[in-house]
Design a protein around this ligand. Structure first.
Ligand code: PLP
Length: 402
């Protein structure tokens, strides 16, 4: 057996729990079990044809070489145009970073700025990767629990209480994975007041789900509500979720030039640039026909309504209706403390998800993975039939608890 020594920065982190849940589903299906999976964190639609065609055309035209670190001129223009349309803020190409997904952009931001012991405030429940990315870069995640009563959003008072002289970043995610909660302009204005009192705190606002929104108007960006904070806000987005392009790996961020140039310097040594053909696809996504976006959101909206009504009708469960993204964070407190038919006590949300997998053959992800219990996350990026069947199977499994 190999005895390679692994660096502390890797030993500090864990594999993504949602990735682990998806792998468990694959393993059980390989054994022939008909598992219904509500774990998937990506659109179940195919990438629209005009986007695929643009990538094929770019390959055939010979665009198969390195590009500038932060993308081809066409991609830069497409991204900066979209940011300006959505936020009213105009950015130059030296304020733009392009990475292999929003995930890489977030990692680069932490890598470029965090020194050992720096703190990053992460409201819980959070996207599973934020704390591990902070740890991998030597920082200390400062987890701030939110409440369902506060719509799972960090309040100005909670933010103020969490800030210390070591605070490097606040991470905001709107709409949120895993809750689908969205910050209103008033919510953002309240946080901006606290940030003005604390000029050393930078803000990473992850808006990757901003187009998957069920409310009226548009999801508001911090930079639109508080343009005066522009010199310390990094706005992150990408094409993965909006255009069903998770496998193309294009994400981006805009922010102050000092930060972005450090991130681009790292990127130049890590991957040089993202894949040229994927960049052409992203240009077509951002500048081409947008009808896919509205059509897919209508499909998600119907699934959301089925899921929310279904989970709210199961005794012991309840849920907040997500305003964006494609997840429901189901409150499972009514199931905790009960016993399975074989006498096992369901003492945690993890025990509950294992019971549901075993008894209902439904895979969901436990709330502890997202930092707030007792909940579980379901993804409704799957068919209405699967959602309906999963709800009924969970209803029957919970009815057997005593
Ligand atoms: N941010 C959030 C909240 C996510 O849920 C994800 C993907 O699951 C990402 C960022 C990263 O997406 P990508 O790297 O595909 O752009």
């Amino acid at each position: 057996m190999s005895t390679v020594t692994i660096a502390d920065r890797v030993n500090r982190i864990q594999e993504s729990p949602s990735g682990a849940a998806a792998q468990r589903v694959r393993d059980l299906r390989a054994q022939g079990l008909p598992i219904l999976s509500l774990t998937v964190g990506e659109p179940d639609f195919d990438t629209p044809d005009h986007i695929k065609s643009a990538a094929i055309a770019s390959i055939e035209a010979g665009d198969t070489k390195y590009t500038p670190v932060n993308g081809t001129p066409a991609l830069q223009e497409a991204i900066l145009g979209r940011i300006e349309r959505r936020t009213g803020a105009s950015y130059a190409s030296q304020e733009l970073v392009v990475g292999g997904g929003g995930k890489q952009v977030i990692f680069l931001a932490f890598m470029a700025t965090i020194d050992d012991g720096d703190e990053v405030i992460i409201p819980a429940p959070y996207w599973v990767s934020y704390p591990d990315m902070v740890l991998a870069n030597g920082g200390d995640p400062v987890i701030v629990a939110t409440t369902e009563a506060d719509r799972f959003l960090i309040t100005p008072a909670a933010l103020r209480a969490a800030i210390t002289p070591r605070t490097s970043w606040l991470v905001l995610n709107t709409p949120s994975n895993p809750t689908g909660a969205v910050y209103t302009p008033d919510d953002l204005a309240g946080l901006a007041d606290v940030l003005r009192e604390n000029p050393h705190v930078k803000v990473l606002t992850d808006e990757i789900y901003d187009e998957i929104y069920y409310g009226s108007g548009e999801v508001q960006s911090l930079i639109a509500v508080a343009p005066d904070l522009r010199d310390r806000v990094l706005t992150v987005n990408g094409v993965s979720k909006t255009y069903a392009m998770t496998g193309w790996r294009i994400g981006y961020g805009v922010g102050p030039e000092s930060l972005v140039s450090a991130m681009n310097k790292l990127q130049s040594q890590i991957s040089s640039c993202t894949a040229n053909a994927s960049q052409a696809a992203a240009v077509a996504a951002l500048t081409g026909d947008q009808s896919f976006v509205a059509e897919s959101v209508e499909v998600y909206r119907r699934r959301r309504d089925i899921a929310v009504a279904g989970f709210n009708s199961i005794p012991g469960l309840s849920c907040f209706a997500p305003e964006g993204a494609f997840y429901v964070y189901v409150n499972a407190s009514g199931a905790i403390g009960r016993r399975t038919p074989d006498g096992t006590v369901i003492d945690t949300d993890q025990a509950l998800t294992l019971y549901l997998l075993d008894r209902a053959q439904v895979a969901v992800v436990h709330g502890a993975a997202y930092g707030l219990s007792p909940y579980f996350r379901i993804s409704f990026a799957t068919s209405e039939d699967v959602i309906t069947a999963a709800v009924e199977a969970i209803r029957e499994a919970l009815a057997e608890l005593v």
